[in-house]
Each structure stands twice: as structure tokens, then as C-alpha cells.
Design a protein around this ligand. Sequence first.
Ligand SMILES: O=C(O)COP(=O)(O)O
Ligand SMILES: [Mg+2]
Length: 226
Amino acid sequence: MTVCYAPCPVVFDLDGTLIDSAPDIHAAVNAVLRDEGVQPLTLDRVRGFIGGGVEVLWHRIIEATGLPQTRYRDLLAAFMARYRRSTSLTRFYPGVLDALNVLADRGHPMGICTNKPADPTQAVLAHMGIAEYFATVVAGDSLPQHKPHPAPLRMALQALGAAPENPKAIYVGDSEVDAETAAAVPVPLMLFTGGYRHTPLEQLPHHAAFDDFSALPALIEQMVTA
Ligand SMILES: O=C(O)COP(=O)(O)O
Ligand SMILES: [Mg+2]
């Protein structure tokens, strides 16, 4: 029996959603801190700072370490110099590759909307071998605004043909920033619960939640056919 699937644009967040990149970000942060003669931060601490992009990350690190505000630009530049090479500790969450293959086979156009800057985003997508799955990639520095501003996600959805003729579309993300962004667009959010979220699930607006990527294709088909 052949099943026909209505194509539905699906945009994914990256860090904490498709990939667990916190160990690489943590290592790059601590390499910069080491050069400053500052004690390393734990993985849990750095993971908790991810989600708002590199500027937010470094404002939080400066606050946590007591480094002077005046060092912000230099610290960010030192981090960025390492960030694009920070891919060796990054892993897929279980089932991600299978889910991407199922969705691609069903003809759903896919994209990325991340707060990670474009350079390390392209580097990690290539390293993980998944760049070809995504027809559009909107990164943290692709536009003047970044998430939770709705503009980057609107741009990604539009590039996949989501608006206005095809109102059905989905954003898949892991964090408070993703929930706020999806609500602002607005577009239904499928929330991956295994990422870098701090807030209890019931306090974050979402269309559906899942803890294993093997569940995602069926959730998407349910939404598309509803
Ligand atoms: O780099 C970050 O802070 C977050 O990246 P994300 O938007 O892919 O979660
Ligand atoms: Mg994320």
C-alpha cells in the first residue's frame, strides 16, 4: 500500500534539539577561560547558558566568573575563533538521523533556525553529515534579529514555502527561547524534552512534546492530517 503524505514544512532548532553540542561549547568556553587564568565552569553550568546565542552565552559567563565587562568583545572573539572547530564532542540525540530520513522520504521540506552563528552552524552540519537535508538555514547572525524575535523563524518557514498559501508548518525545538519564538510567529511547536530547557514542560506553550525522535514523524503526520 502506498501512503501519500502532504508536504509540511518542518524547521528545526539545532543545539539541544538535533544535536547535543554542549560538550563542544563547554570545551571551547573553558579553553578561553584557561587563557584568561580563570577556573573552568562545569558542563551543567555552561549547558544552562545555551539557547540565546553567543552574546547571551558570554554575558552569562562574565557574570558567573566575575571577568570584567570590558573584556566582553575580546572574549567573544577568542571564543568565535575556536567555535567553528568545535565539533568532535557533538552527538546526535538518539533517533535523529532516522527521523530526518523518514521526513525527507515523505517529502517534507526541512530547514534549520538556530541562534548558533552561521559559521559554526555550517561547520557542525557538515561534520555530522546532515547539511543536505536542509533547504534553508537561518542562523543567529543571519539577520539583525535573533530568536525569540520571530523574524528568523518566519524567514526559514517562508523559504520552505510555508506562508501564506500553506498555513501548516511546524517548528521543532527544545527551549524557552523556542517556545517564545514559535508563539510569536505563530507556528505550532513540537518540543523535544531531552534538550537544554530549564522550565517545567507544562509552563511552556507547545503543540506536542516528545522525548524520543522515533515519535516525531507520527506526531507530524497527526498534525498535518488533523
Ligand atoms: O547557540 C545557542 O545559544 C542556541 O542554539 P539553538 O538556537 O540551536 O538552540
Ligand atoms: Mg536549542
